[in-house]
Each structure stands twice: as structure tokens, then as C-alpha cells.
Ligand binder design. Structure first.
Ligand code: HEM
Ligand SMILES: *[C@@H]1O[C@H](CO)[C@@H](O)[C@H](O)[C@H]1NC(C)=O
Length: 496
């Protein structure tokens, strides 16, 4: 009897049944509530993957912004993203209704690495505690005070020296700049900087760099999508993401070794750096449970990553723009010579007297737009946004490009033009400038980053003129990774 039944159901029937079942399951899973933001036609299982151009995501979705306006959705694997455009809506999300959009989504690559700890990817109470503690500690170690400024100035001198060693030969400044920038965060967290030739440190920087690059490959191969869709399975397959996991484990070990060293000679009464302060917080044990060693590792790595890659990428853009716009470079140098001269190092105080240089740095940040879709957010509860229903757990991408390149706000949005930030010769602060994002979860390191950008940039231009080697054309094309970075380039640093 069974045998007969089995024979009568053909294999094709089973297959068709199975496919229909999957399609229905997929449809049910992805069904959206009423009044969800509109989205273009999507394929079963993969969603809008076919519409995504991973090497240039700006271009692909252009037509949807035109069609749907300031809020629309796209499906990637089993995750749907809501894109938010324009100042009004972005302020609504990040500021006015900020509390409802405060969480970070679970990104599987991240989850594997951090399981929602640290600063960047944690949520709720744990995040609040870590963020408050870190801001206080950064302030105690001199954010906005003199001591940190001195540390940055010292590092500026080291960077100038090591670039001087190139003796005017063409070189790629990438690693030197990352070294210098990373040293600031290292001195805050570990209590020491590293020599530019230190092997351990070079290894760590290289690892960080590789990880950033790998993220880019993972995304461009749209493997990201399969990790998003089948996170549980993909973990066991080889591929770039495996290397990412391995790199993270190595980076974690690097940090753990430093924490162990701190524990050996730790005195509860004095705090030399971020790790010491955190160990104090763990020892207090207020029964809260948010402060423990694993979380410390995650926080330190977050500071290192968020603090190094972003700032050094921006400085690389700044140098590149100076090479490509020599007349702007000359005007910055003229301002440096008038306000600071050659005899002393630039100081943060000088910034108020240097509107042109300040405008150039702002324009570099606007135009290079290194985090075009901000860092993703997720709704903490069901929310209504501009008449649309956004259920709890929806991932939102706020399109900073739509603000920093808004045709109705900027005089020449697509041109590198420091005049955007100048009015009657004075620096002009503009609401549409938001590379650090806005609201309560905006960049935690903004003050630090702006200090570094000003001091490194002016110190470099005080001592060098940057030029392209003959017969090379440097490109302003960005490559997508965790941040939009310039293509590797080689330049001359001609001593002044
Ligand atoms: C030019 C340099 C930098 C840029 C453009 C930048 C930009 C950003 C952006 C867009 C976010 C996401 C904010 C949001 O979700 O609304 C962010 C978050 C963050 N940044 Fe920065 N950043 C820079 C430098 C730094 C530095 C130097 C540090 C180190 C202290 C840092 C630490 C962080 C941390 C810890 C977060 C996560 C904050 C949270 O989730 O609460 N950043 N940054
Ligand atoms: C982001 O904004 C830019 C500039 O307005 C636009 O060209 C692009 O299509 C937008 N992308 C998305 C995904 O909304």
C-alpha cells in the first residue's frame, strides 16, 4: 500500500510541492505590515539583491529615490532595510524621534565577533552604561583639555619626522598616517604609543586594514547577503568571512594581552588609561553586570577601529585633495604662515583664527563622505514615521549623502569647494554638514576626531607641500569598505 502511494507521487510532484512550500514560507516571512514604506519589485528569497550594485550602491538606487521620495524599503535576503533621505526626515529619525531609532541591528558578521558588546553594536542599558563611562573617561584623560592636545601634538611631530625620512621620494603615506592616528587612541586606552617600526603594532595595523578590505570584498561579492540570509549555515563554510573571524580573534588576543599586562601592575587607586579605569569599574561591581572583561575587550576594539580607520581615511583624502588642488593647498599654507609661522607647532587654539583651513577640512569631510549611509540603526519599538508604519526591529539606513550633497542647500554640491564653509571671510557652520551623524547616538569621538584632523592636517602642511609624481594622475574614485576610502596613491612630500 505504502509502496503504491510512493510510486504514484512522482518525484516532480514532490519537487513542485516543495518549491511552492518554500515560496509560501518565504512570502509569509517577508510579508510587510500595512503602510510599510514602499519598495520596488523583489525576487523571492533574495529580495532586491539583483538591483544592488555593490561596487557603486549610490547609482543603483538613484531611481528609487526619484520614484519613491524620502523613504522607501529594500529587501536583502531576509532583512529589509528602510532608506531615509533628506535633512527633514533624517532629523526626525536621529533627533526628534531619536529614542525610537537608538538601537543597532544584529549584523551576523558582528554577532560572531562581539555578541552585542562594546560601544558600536551594543543596545539598551548595556550600551548606555558603556557610552556614558567612555565619554566620562575620555574627558578625564583630556578630551577637550590640554594633556590630550599635547599627546596629539607630539604625534604630529613624529609623523612629520617619519615623512621627512622619505627625503622627497614618492611614497604611499597610508600606513604612516594610520600609525599616527592609531597611536592617539592607543595612548588613551593602553597608556602608550607604538614606534612606527614596532613589529607587533605593524602586524595589528595590517590586520585592521585587511579586515576593513575584506569587509569590502565580502560586500562586493554580495556574500554579505548570504551571510545575512543564512548566518547559521555560512559560519561553517570557508570564504572571506572566515578570514574576518580569524582576524578578529587575533585582534582580540592583541588587546587581551595588553589587559593582562595592566592587571599585573594595576593599582586600584590610580588610573593611567582607559583600561585602568575600566578595571576599576569592574572591581566596583555595582551588581549591574554591564562591566566585565569581555566587554572591555569589545570597547577597546571599538575605539581602535572606530577611531583609526575613519580619521586616517579622512586625512588621506585631505592630502589627496591638496595634491589635486594646489592653489587651495597654497592658501592653507599662507594662512598657516600668517597665524602660526614655522617656529612653533599648531595648537587647537589656532583653529579660531584660521577660517580658511577650517573650511578646507570641513569640505574634505563633506566631499569625501566616508560613511555615506551612516552606521545602521534599528527601531526599538513600533514607530510611525511620516505616516509610514515601521515595526520594532526594522533596520534603517540614513543617507547622509542626501544631506551633504543636497542640491538645494549647497552652492556646488559635487565640486570640492571650501567656499561652502565661508561667509564674509569667516567660518560658516552649516546644519547640512553631518559626517559624524547627529543625535544621542552620534559619533562618540567627534571632538577627538576634529582635534586630530586639525592638528595633523596643519602640522603636515606647515612642513610639506604635497605633489603628484610626474606622469601620474591621481584618482578621486572611492572604493567601498567599511568606509569610502581613496585608492592607494603615491605622492611627494616636498619639505618647505
Ligand atoms: C573623521 C572621523 C570620524 C567620523 C567621520 C566618524 C563617524 C561616525 C559615525 C557616522 C558614527 C555613527 C553614528 C550614528 O549611528 O548616528 C560613529 C560612531 C562611533 N564613533 Fe565615530 N567617527 C570618526 C572618528 C571617531 C573616533 C576618533 C572615535 C574614537 C573615540 C570614534 C568612535 C566612535 C564610536 C565608539 C561610535 C559608536 C557610538 C555608539 O554607537 O554609541 N569615532 N562615528
Ligand atoms: C542617497 O542620496 C543620494 C543623493 O541625494 C542619492 O543619489 C542616492 O540615490 C540616495 N541613496 C539611497 C539609497 O537613498
Amino acid at each position: 500500500m505504502l509502496r503504491f502511494l510512493w510510486d504514484s507521487i512522482s518525484f516532480q510532484m514532490l519537487l513542485i510541492f516543495f518549491i511552492v512550500f518554500l515560496l509560501v514560507a518565504d512570502y509569509m516571512k517577508r510579508r510587510k505590515p500595512k503602510h510599510f514604506p514602499p519598495s520596488p519589485f523583489s525576487l523571492p528569497f533574495v529580495g532586491h539583491i539583483h538591483l544592488m550594485n555593490f561596487t557603486d550602491p549610490h547609482i543603483t538606487v538613484q531611481k528609487y529615490t526619484e520614484k519613491y521620495g524620502n523613504i522607501f524599503s529594500m529587501q536583502m535576503g531576509s532583512t529589509s532595510f528602510v532608506f531615509i533621505n533628506g535633512l527633514r526626515m533624517i532629523k526626525e529619525v536621529l533627533v526628534n524621534q531619536g529614542e525610537n531609532f537608538m538601537d543597532r541591528p544584529d549584523i551576523p558578521v558582528d554577532r560572531e565577533v562581539f555578541s552585542k558588546m562594546g560601544l558600536v553594536s551594543s543596545n539598551g542599558h548595556l550600551w548606555k552604561q558603556q557610552r556614558r563611562f567612555t565619554l566620562t573617561t575620555l574627558r578625564n584623560f583630556g578630551l577637550g583639555k590640554r594633556s590630550l592636545e599635547e599627546r596629539i601634538q607630539e604625534e604630529c611631530q613624529c609623523l612629520v619626522d617619519v615623512i621627512g625620512e622619505e627625503q622627497g621620494n614618492p611614497f604611499n603615506p597610508h600606513l604612516k598616517i594610520s600609525n599616527a592616528v592609531s597611536n592617539i587612541i592607543c595612548s588613551i586606552t593602553f597608556g602608550n604609543r607604538f614606534e612606527y617600526h614596532d613589529e607587533d603594532f605593524q602586524k595589528m595595523l595590517q590586520l585592521m586594514d585587511d579586515t576593513v578590505k575584506l569587509h569590502a570584498t565580502v560586500m562586493s561579492q554580495s556574500r554579505f547577503a548570504s551571510v545575512q540570509t543564512f548566518p547559521a549555515i555560512i559560519k561553517f563554510f570557508p570564504g572571506s568571512h572566515q578570514t574576518i573571524f580569524k582576524n578578529w580573534r587575533l585582534l582580540k588576543r592583541f588587546v587581551k594581552e595588553r589587559i593582562d599586562k595592566h592587571k599585573e601592575d594595576w593599582k586600584p587607586s590610580e588610573s593611567r588609561d582607559f583600561i585602568d579605569s575600566y578595571l576599576q569599574e569592574i572591581a566596583k561591581d555595582n551588581g549591574d553586570g554591564s562591566f566585565h572583561e569581555e566587554n572591555l575587550v569589545a570597547c577597546v576594539l571599538d575605539l581602535l577601529f572606530a577611531g583609526t580607520e575613519t580619521t586616517s581615511t579622512t586625512i588621506r583624502w585631505a592630502v589627496l585633495y591638496m595634491v589635486l588642488y594646489p592653489e587651495i593647498q597654497a592658501r592653507v599654507q599662507a594662512e598657516i604662515d600668517t597665524v602660526i609661522g614655522q617656529a612653533r607647532q599648531p595648537a587647537l587654539e589656532d583653529r579660531n583664527n584660521m577660517p580658511y583651513t577650517n573650511a578646507v577640512i570641513h569640505e574634505v569631510q563633506r566631499k569625501s563622505n566616508i560613511i555615506p549611509f551612516n552606521v545602521p540603526r534599528m527601531t526599538t519599538k513600533d514607530t510611525i514615521l511620516d505616516g509610514f508604519h515601521i515595526p520594532k526591529g526594522t533596520v534603517l539606513l540614513t543617507n547622509l549623502t542626501s544631506v551633504m550633497f543636497d542640491k538645494n542647500e549647497w552652492e556646488t554640491p559635487n565640486t570640492f569647494n571650501p567656499e561652502h564653509f565661508l561667509k564674509d571671510g569667516q567660518f560658516w557652520k552649516r546644519e547640512y554638514f553631518m559626517p559624524f551623524s547627529i543625535g544621542k547616538r552620534a559619533c562618540l569621538g567627534e571632538v577627538l576626531a576634529r582635534s586630530e584632523l586639525f592638528l595633523f592636517f596643519t602640522s603636515l602642511l606647515q612642513k610639506f607641500t604635497f605633489q603628484a609624481p610626474p606622469d601620474t594622475t591621481l584618482s578621486l574614485q572611492a572604493k567601498l569598505g567599511i568606509t569610502m576610502a581613496p585608492e592607494p596613491y603615491r605622492i611627494y612630500a616636498v619639505p618647505r
